[in-house]
Write a protein that binds this ligand. Structure first.
Ligand SMILES: Nc1ncnc2c1ncn2[C@@H]1O[C@H](COP(=O)(O)OP(=O)(O)O)[C@@H](O)[C@H]1O
Ligand SMILES: [Mg+2]
Length: 256
């Protein structure tokens, strides 16, 4: 079965989508068969991979797969080919998923049930989460049970991570499952005092238990995004490739 990984942090703009695209790109560059799923109603990942048409497409979309239990095998028909990996795009209808799921049965298990229907046997499924804690993020965490945390090297991350871990504990207790954090990516790191202090905090807090990677602020990451790809197929070299390749190698290891 595919190793499923959610990238989550309810804080917006920390690099979930950027890290998700480039981790997926690194895994693909290392010859893995990868599926990228955009679970964010805003569809930044979908757009960042050049699939704007899918975002605006008529139903059925991921929304229908999540909302209608009988439609969950439709996920196979949603899979789009990207030059590096396959993609299940988000759709503008996903904005209605959060409120509609609230009253649905097994509302937090819908995504897991849909992934179970995938006919293609991927090595990795990488899930980009919305910038909020709610039903969609709970669905991603329960379906993946493995979490990669992108966070900014800023003081505000401390509280954000506390809130995220509280939610994980609630889900673990409520569903009797284990959700493993497999690593933390400090993203958009600059060379100021606050970043240095926060890198030390990440190391102290997490370093003994999980890897902490550092991805610096690089305009090449933005330019690759604008071209609909990860830095691994983007024509310009980026010195952050090694960081993402390290993440990929670690994921291969924990995936067994
Ligand atoms: N390491 C980085 N260097 C430069 N820009 C970055 C980096 N990581 C993210 N960005 C930019 O920051 C913005 C927010 O990143 P994004 O991945 O969309 O965050 P999130 O998905 O957590 O909301 C985007 O414009 C993205 O291009
Ligand atoms: Mg995002």
């Amino acid at each position: 079965m595919a190793y499923r990984l959610a990238l989550s942090n309810q804080k917006g703009g920390v690099g979930k989508t950027t890290v998700a695209i480039n981790v997926a790109g690194a895994l693909a560059a290392r010859e893995n068969d990868v599926l990228f799923v955009d679970l964010d109603p805003q569809g930044h990942g979908t757009e960042g991979l050049g699939l704007d048409d899918a975002y605006d497409a008529e139903p059925p979309s991921l929304y229908d797969v999540l909302l209608d239990l009988d439609s969950r095998s439709l996920i196979n028909a949603l899979v789009r080919e990207h030059e590096e990996f396959d993609v299940v795009p988000s759709n503008v209808d996903m904005f209605s998923a959060e409120p509609k799921l609230t009253t649905a049965m097994r509302s937090r298990e819908r995504f897991a049930m849909a992934l179970d229907e995938l006919e293609h046997d991927y090595d990795f499924v990488i899930v980009d989460c919305p910038p909020s804690l709610g039903n969609l993020t709970d669905n991603a965490l329960l379906a993946c049970r493995n979490l990669l945390i992108p966070a900014l090297a800023e003081g505000t991350s401390i509280r954000a991570l506390e809130i995220l871990f509280d939610q994980i504990e609630t889900l673990e207790q409520g569903y009797g499952v284990d959700i493993r954090d497999v690593g933390l990516v400090a993203n958009r790191v600059e060379t100021d005092g606050e970043a240095t202090e926060m890198m030390a905090w990440f190391e102290d807090t997490f370093g003994g238990r999980i890897p902490v990677w550092e991805v610096r602020k690089r305009v090449a990451l933005k330019r690759a995004w604008n071209e609909g790809a990860s830095i691994f197929t983007h024509r310009e070299d980026c010195d952050m490739e090694d960081a993402f390749l390290d993440v990929a190698a670690h994921l291969e290891e924990v995936a067994g």
